[in-house]
Design a protein around this ligand. Sequence first.
Ligand SMILES: Nc1ncnc2c1ncn2[C@@H]1O[C@H](COP(=O)(O)OP(=O)(O)O)[C@@H](O)[C@H]1O
Ligand SMILES: [Mg+2]
Length: 371
Amino acid sequence: MENTVGKKDKDPKFVHFRGIVKRFGSVTAVEKMDLDIPEGSLVTLLGPSGCGKTTLLRMLAGLEEPTDGDIFVNGKRINDTPIHQRNLGMIFQNYALFPHKSIFDNVAFGLKYRSMPRAQIKEKVKRALEMVRLPGVENRKPAQLSGGQQQRIALARAIVIEPDVLLMDEPLSALDENLREDMRREVDNLQRMLGVTTIFVTHDQREALSMSDKIVVMRDGLTLQEGAPEEVYNRPANHFVADFLGHSNFLPGEIVDQDEENIRVKIETGDVLLAKQRGAWKKGDAVEIVVRAQRFEVHRKKDFAPDEGMNHFAGRIKDRSYMGGEVSYFIELPSEREIHVISMMRTHTYDYGDDVSVQVSPYHCHLITAE
Ligand SMILES: Nc1ncnc2c1ncn2[C@@H]1O[C@H](COP(=O)(O)OP(=O)(O)O)[C@@H](O)[C@H]1O
Ligand SMILES: [Mg+2]
């Protein structure tokens, strides 16, 4: 018998895009998207400018009509539901508060159409302002608040209506670096506290990695990969995703053979590297080995003795920049390919022209098909 005690199960398809296409004349903004947003989760749409993120949100919001496909929220098809009946909270990059209205009127805006008693509106506004940690600012005007505070007001305005879905389109990108970090945590905490299903759009990988339950990496109106942050970061499905998230190196090579433990890949330098990755590879397949810049170890060549089971190859320091806690190196391989290494400073810093040995674990060599 099923356990029916406790909370009802979360709907894994609380928001469901099915075969969504959007064309503007000859421009295809969204090519064909199938996407599920689980109830209560925070899902990030990540991708370069112009890949269709905003268009996808606008279709959910009712600001654009899909050319093809269906959108469901909480089991109901909403393609033909008017904007004001969709019950969505929205926050965009330029906070778009009404400058001449008080903070109270700004936050209460979405409630006024719900024929709610004034006392109840006041209580809800008060609670929303407390949630964004700006209690008591009801009578001020937006211009009397800082940029970060205004963005928190926008957040209060979006959550005060208790939306089914919270839509955020690059809400932090207008803020400066430090403030952004604070706001990122603010959004993250608030989302968890309220448990509101949230779609967050960004082109900033750090934002996406740090706050998402699921990341959807997009390019040219298509999903290239979706998964938990660890999944997308550690097991990128293709070159674009690997390149877009993190500092990735690509070593082109060819599959030599594989056994129970390792796949062996011959790279341009003639070195054969091991990768711990099962897959449908066969001898002769053209692949790229993806290695994060932080995963390489650099050693002085002349007294280097490789560790058991580790990959290693020779290189020469071409460039280095000291960055405080770490050193960034560009190292040229005998094949003239350069790799980027970010090294946590230990005892030694290498200089331009130094001959080095570079070591990397097979566990940190991730294979993708060469494009
Ligand atoms: N109203 C519009 N008219 C014509 N083209 C548009 C319109 N809105 C978006 N586009 C185009 O659709 C593509 C996706 O845009 P957008 O969804 O804004 O991307 P993103 O938010 O990922 O930067 C771009 O090529 C953009 O120029
Ligand atoms: Mg956009």
